[in-house]
Write a protein that binds this ligand. Structure first.
Ligand code: SF4
Length: 224
């Protein structure tokens, strides 16, 4: 396992996209806004809107001071505008309950509007370096292939996937945090849903799905 950890973490350091919400020194709020926007919208569409939001509302209290209608307008074409509504409600709560500071623990984050288990784990890890187990669609897919030998993860997340995600994490705290983002990026760039670029994959040799002869998916994904 340690070799897989090192290989994927090193691959990330050399190949990751330069995304503004991943740069050193970003605030909890910057990460939180990016996570809300990325929940259902691709990176390229999120980038300009996130930049605009951060210019306009660099802290939760700046957004909280504005009427909800402004947040909805600035959400623009990201889709699923209920996220803007929840983000605004979360900004108000952070301002009143946490003195304008995004809370850093998963439990506190989970209690905020619009934050589910993935988003809480992601913000706690990416913004504050807390040790969490991050499990999103990309990570589920990489784990299913690399460790499970399956073409796709189950249609909806299972408890066993979360248990495996915790089990395969590096023991070292820093390496575990890097692992969360590295596996996610591998899923976004290489181990993609429809046509994984296995020939470019740093863990091709260790991949269970490759070793088993790339078996077909055990169900037909929605939309195909
Ligand atoms: S070899 Fe292919 S299927 Fe396996 S982890 Fe890499 S990209 Fe995914």
């Amino acid at each position: 396992m340690q070799q897989i950890h090192n290989t994927i973490n090193t691959w990330y350091l050399e190949n990751a996209r330069d995304l503004p919400w991943r740069r050193p020194g970003v605030s909890g709020w910057e990460v939180m806004v990016s996570e809300f926007m990325l929940q259902q919208t691709p990176v390229v569409r999120v980038l300009p809107v996130w930049e605009e939001w951060m210019r306009r509302w660099p802290r939760p209290q700046d957004l909280a001071a504005e009427p909800l209608s402004e947040a909805l307008k600035a959400w623009g074409r990201l889709g699923y505008p209920r996220r803007a509504q929840r983000l605004h409600a979360a900004a108000v709560e952070i301002t009143t309950e946490y003195n304008g500071e995004v809370p850093r623990t998963e439990a506190e984050l989970l209690a905020l509007p619009g934050i589910g288990s993935y988003t809480a784990a992601a913000i706690a890890c990416f913004a504050f370096g807390e040790r969490t187990v991050v499990v999103d669609t990309n990570i589920r897919r990489v784990h299913a292939r690399l460790f499970g030998g399956m073409a796709l993860p189950e249609p909806s997340p299972r408890a066993s996937e979360f248990a495996r995600a915790a089990e395969v994490q590096p023991e070292d705290h820093q390496a575990a945090n890097l692992w969360n983002i590295s596996v996610m990026e591998l899923g976004a760039l290489v181990c993609t849903a429809r046509s994984p670029k296995c020939e470019q994959c740093p863990v091709f040799q260790q991949c269970a799905w490759i070793a088993q002869g790339q078996p077909a998916p055990h169900y037909i994904p929605k939309g195909q």
